[in-house]
Design a protein around this ligand. Structure first.
Ligand code: GDL
Length: 434
């Protein structure tokens, strides 16, 4: 039984190493325990049989894993959506490809899967010569294959559903002119109106999604979209990681869309706050305060750190340093400000900034030591890189401070510090500007 009709949950749809079965089962437990989430969509770009070899049926081993996932979702009252991405090389006019697609879907139906998605993101937009003979446009070709699949699904089980991911899936891809985009207009007209429609917002990774932009889109696609939310995704630069809350979406957005699925960090254990706060967002009816959600979900996150001595303040500090794309939390902002003041002023003007920095460094070191001893080794490996980079940078700044206070010669660091991203880039720009 579904907890609600509005789709809300997690979409494993990133490039790179898919999550493990153990991680997915942990996710299902979370989603079951939290109020507000009801769906998991299976779409790992690098599952061979989902995309590159979409024509091949799953071998027995992989099939058994999927069967267990589907069962586990169902036992926990969650909807399991299996997504297939044939767009790399499908021949839209080929009857063979059409029946292969249906055969593949039947393999999933035999495992008890009812809900499906067909994805045409990140593919070439040219039709082959053979397809051009049959279809007048790319949108017509995709709508045809998708409608055909939908009909087949409905015949086998009326409760089945299908979601379509277009090739133009954000405003930027429509040159910020959704209303005038031929592809979207045509898909809107041709696609069976019962088929769902994914949309990532103004950008692939949208820091904000406005109600007005979705109202405009709805007129074109003739249905409410489902948000494929990449705000916490980091597969495009895995040196970054996002522990921040679900943000940049007004509460009213929920009433304009038919669902929200988060496609989060590749590192599974980085996703507690992002996903927990999305569940909170879905439950909220009065007003949405992402910072409050971050603080609330951090208290729940604490117990997964595998070490009772880790404190809430230490975790808030960690989350604040790696918050959201282009945005740091309070502690991150304070750190950057302190580093800036220290490096641009003389020691007698450093005052509280030096204290801030020293306090930050000691908390960071303490957290690192505690994490080394965590019993949740998986979590440690997921956080290792960003944490260690932050520590190295803090060490470098410390040495610079010691040199400055000593008033001696010229500062020389024997160490090569690689170019970093996010908060580390901001710090590096200040520290290494000369
Ligand atoms: C994308 C891909 C997605 C990827 C994300 C972030 C969609 C529809 N597709 O374009 O698989 O994880 O960017 O890099 O978002």
């Amino acid at each position: 039984m579904l907890k609600s009709e509005f789709i809300c949950g997690t979409l494993e749809g990133f490039y790179g190493h898919p999550w493990t079965t153990v991680q997915r089962l942990q996710l299902f437990t979370w989603m079951h325990d939290w109020d507000g989430m009801n769906t998991y969509m299976y779409a790992p770009k690098d599952d061979l049989y989902h995309r590159s070899k979409w024509r091949d049926l799953y071998p027995d081993g992989e099939l058994l894993d999927l069967k267990n996932l589907i069962q586990s979702c169902h036992e926990k009252g969650l909807k399991f959506i299996y997504a297939i991405a044939p767009g790399l090389d499908i021949s839209y006019s080929s009857e063979d490809d059409s029946s292969i697609l249906i055969k593949k879907i039947e393999q999933m139906q035999l495992l008890g899967c009812l809900h499906f998605a067909i994805l045409f993101d990140d593919i070439q937009t040219e039709l082959s010569i053979e397809d051009q003979r049959v279809f007048s446009s790319f949108s017509q070709a995709q709508a045809n294959v998708t409608n055909h699949l939908f009909d087949a699904l409905k015949i086998s089980n009326y409760d089945s559903s299908l979601i379509f991911c277009p090739t133009v899936y954000c405003e930027r891809m429509a040159d910020y002119n959704v209303t005038g985009n031929d592809y979207l207009n045509e898909i809107g007209k041709l696609l069976n109106e019962e088929i769902g429609f994914f949309w990532t917002g103004p950008e692939v990774v949208s820091t904000e999604i406005s109600v007005e932009s979705i109202q405009e889109l709805r007129k074109v696609i003739k249905r409410k979209p489902i948000i494929w939310d990449n705000i916490h995704a980091n597969d495009y630069d895995v040196r970054q990681i996002f522990f921040g809350p679900y943000a940049g979406r007004p509460l009213e957005l929920k009433y304009e869309v038919s669902g929200i699925l988060s496609n989060p960090n590749c590192q599974f254990w980085a996703n507690f706050n992002p996903l927990r706060s999305l569940a909170m967002y879905n439950n909220e009816t009065v007003s949405w305060n992402p910072r409050q959600a971050f603080m609330d979900s951090t208290r729940e996150w604490l117990k997964y750190f595998g070490n009772d001595t880790v404190t809430e303040d230490e975790i808030v500090l960690l989350g604040d340093c790696f918050y959201l794309p282009g945005e740091m939390g309070d502690n991150g902002n304070r750190l950057v400000e302190s580093v800036e003041k220290i490096t641009n002023n003389e020691p007698n003007e450093w005052e509280k900034y030096l204290d801030n920095f020293i306090q930050f460094k000691s908390m960071l070191n303490s957290l690192c030591m505690k994490l080394i001893a965590t019993t949740n080794r998986d979590l440690l490996y997921d956080y290792f890189h960003p944490l260690w980079e932050l520590r190295e940078e803090a060490e470098y700044i410390s040495r610079w401070i010691d040199w400055k206070m000593s008033g001696k010669n010229k500062f020389k660091s024997p160490e090569f510090v690689p170019k970093r991203q996010g908060i580390l880039y901001k710090i590096q720009k200040i520290v290494h500007s000369d």
